[in-house]
Design a protein around this ligand. Structure first.
Ligand SMILES: [Zn+2]
Length: 636
């Protein structure tokens, strides 16, 4: 057998590995180093037919051993001239065994050793063999050592090692800069997929059922790469849902943009009146570049993909789109609408490039329609990786918006408990907090809070509680014995708030029926009661209170919205174009009619109606029992 004397270069392998290679995850390096320390010399010869022939010739006369380094050398040393070119011969068995060399020492015949090389030797030289080195030098100089290699955990002491060992022998250093180990794909319960268990899921099946993009994204999203992945159809469905949501946002954006012939290249973003929410999402998408880059650099692809998922689901779809819906509905070249368009367009421009490596198909499809007409690039995959635009980053705004979202959640919950639908505006919403950032957020993002909570006013306030005081018999009894009842009666007769405030300041000396007593804070039980018209709900930094007092004006507004929503639904059902005008017919109760009559301009504007008639409905008619009405609409 033939060996590579690894014992001579072990220390060097470990040293070069230390100096030049980053391991993902880093603890694998310890396993690797131990593997190197424990490895013996490398037996590279195999007694087989197929494989790379050992390039070793031995002299039959004097035993001289020669290792041939190239085809040229083989030609030079051959006894019989080799007329053919490198490409015309097959350097494998059996041809190579017919070549007899002339011994440089004694002139005798040299014959090749019959063995072939261990296949791990083939894989060990992959980093430069694949660059056609040493026949070619340019690629090797440009591309070697490799930036990154990745394999399963069974390869730690195999391919990761065979490459380093061969390379240290050949070049005195290691052939790659970064190396990542990945785990295995198991079934949902964590069992190995096998024929006997019948739990094999074929990739083709996944592609066919759920598509390539969801599959790719899922594999990187489900678990950190070096952990085993328990394949789950449910997880895959979650990813698919996220991509569908992205698709829906794209459809919404492109529908309105194409209606208005939106062209981002004709706008100067410096002149657009961006709202806080626009600035926020632009900050977020620029911050997302950082998050995705960090995840990818550290091979934490899970972090990169989850950051994308969160952005699409929470920031873009559930929040930003919700905030701008009304602006998209506005007619003509309203700068406020154009600012929203430009923002959405820019978000897609960045997001698609970030997502392209993970979901190449859907990003390309959206890119072709939304971005390509203005970018001049043929494909998202020919775009540059997005660069973070510092000018848009506003971490403070990001934090404030986070708080505002929590306030809106709490406010909605409070509304629900007060049984006031979001469609009905409320007089005021009070926010009680000691947190400075929250106070600032409520002030800066006030319009947004009013819109989202449908409140006339949203403000920071300290809510005055009603104080209810009761005698604390558990303390009065032991302390005052027979007089306890007398004192309890006295406590109940006092003004609750006054007594409470006095006792908060200290002990109180009182005379009751000629006797002197000292009463303390612990002698009373205190209950704080909210005013009847407020309903409160907690959030991270305090409490949100909804004022449930409904005025006639608010009822008018709320009811009008109920009708507008239904008329819009009917327009949608008829598939009317945004620019189609209609006549609206309403048959409803006297009370509703009186309220609606004062809101006619609003109703007309929101539903693109030229007229609202309170008479027998015509055209497309729908009955709406929840609002005791029958509504008809007719295209003009
Ligand atoms: Zn010889």
């Amino acid at each position: 057998q033939w060996f590579l004397k690894i014992s001579k270069v072990k220390e060097k392998i470990i040293e070069e590995n230390d100096k030049n290679v980053t391991w993902y995850p880093d603890w694998v390096k310890i396993r690797y180093d131990n593997g190197v320390m424990n490895s013996g010399d490398w037996c590279i010869s195999r007694q087989r037919y197929w494989g790379i022939p050992l390039p070793i010739w031995v002299c039959e006369e004097c035993g001289n051993v020669h290792v041939v380094g190239s085809f040229e050398e083989l030609k030079e040393m051959s006894k019989e001239p080799i007329e053919k070119d490198f490409h015309e011969v097959d350097l494998h068995k059996p041809w190579v065994d017919t070549v007899v060399l002339k011994c440089p020492k004694c002139g005798g015949d040299m014959k090749r050793v019959k063995d072939v090389l261990d296949v791990w030797f083939d894989s060990g030289i992959a980093s430069w063999a694949s660059l056609d080195y040493p026949r070619r030098k340019d690629l090797f100089e440009r591309l070697w050592p490799a930036d990154f290699i990745v394999e399963g955990e069974d390869q730690v002491t195999k391919w990761f090692y065979s490459q380093q060992a061969a390379s240290v022998v050949a070049f005195g250093t290691v052939p790659y800069k970064k190396v990542a180990m990945h785990g295995y794909v198991l079934d949902e319960k964590g069992d190995k997929m096998s024929k006997s268990l019948g739990n094999i899921i074929r990739p083709e099946e996944v592609v066919q059922k759920e598509g390539r993009d969801p599959f790719r994204f899922y594999m990187l999203w489900a678990t950190t790469p070096w952990e085993n992945l328990r394949f789950s159809w449910k997880g895959l469905a979650q990813v698919k849902r996220m991509l569908n949501i992205l698709w829906n946002v794209y459809i919404l954006a492109s529908t309105y943009m194409s209606l208005d012939n939106f062209d981002p290249t004709k706008l100067n973003p410096r002149e657009l009146p961006f709202r806080k929410e626009d600035k926020w999402i632009l900050s977020k998408v620029n911050s997302l570049i950082d998050a995705v880059e960090e995840g990818m650099e550290a091979f934490y692809l899970t972090r990169a993909t989850r950051a994308i998922e969160y952005f699409v689901m929470e920031d873009l779809s559930r929040w930003y789109v919700r905030l701008i819906r009304k602006r998209l509905w506005v007619e003509k070249d309203d700068p406020d609408k154009l600012a929203a368009y430009w923002t959405l367009w820019k978000v897609f421009d960045v997001l698609l490039r970030l997502m392209a490596p993970f979901t190449p198909y859907i990003t390309e499809e959206i890119y072709q329609n939304l971005i390509r007409p203005f970018s001049g690039k043929e494909s998202v995959h020919l775009e540059d990786w997005p660069k973070k635009d510092e000018a848009w980053i506003d971490k403070e705004l990001e934090k404030e918006m986070e708080i505002v979202r929590r306030i809106v959640e709490a406010g909605s919950a409070a509304r629900q408990r007060a049984k006031i639908k979001l469609r009905y505006p409320v007089r005021q919403i009070l926010i009680e907090t000691e947190d400075e950032m929250t106070k600032k957020a409520v002030e800066k993002l006030n319009r947004l809070l009013r819109d989202q909570l449908n409140a006339k006013e949203v403000k920071i306030a300290r809510v005055e509680r009603e104080i209810r005081i009761k005698p604390n018999f558990a303390k009065l009894g032991p302390h005052f014995k027979g007089d306890a009842k007398l004192i309890a009666k006295w406590i109940e007769e006092q003004n609750d708030r006054e007594l409470y405030e006095k006792l908060m300041q200290g002990k109180l000396k009182v005379e009751i029926e000629g006797k002197e007593f000292t009463i303390e804070r612990e002698h009373i039980l205190v209950e704080e009661e909210l005013p009847d018209f407020l309903v409160g709900e907690e959030f991270d930094h305090g409490k949100v209170f909804v004022d449930k007092t409904l005025t006639r004006e608010l009822m008018m507004e709320g009811l009008a919205r109920e009708f507008v929503r239904r008329i819009q639904e009917m327009r949608k059902h008829l598939d009317l174009d945004v620019n189609d005008r209609i006549v609206v017919y309403i048959e409803t109760t006297e009370e509703n009619r009186e309220l609606l009559k004062e809101m006619l301009d609003y109703i007309k504007g929101e539903t693109r109606a030229v007229e609202v008639k309170f008479e027998e409905p015509k055209g497309y008619v729908v009955e709406w029992p929840e609002v005791e009405a029958k509504i008809g609409i007719e295209k003009v």
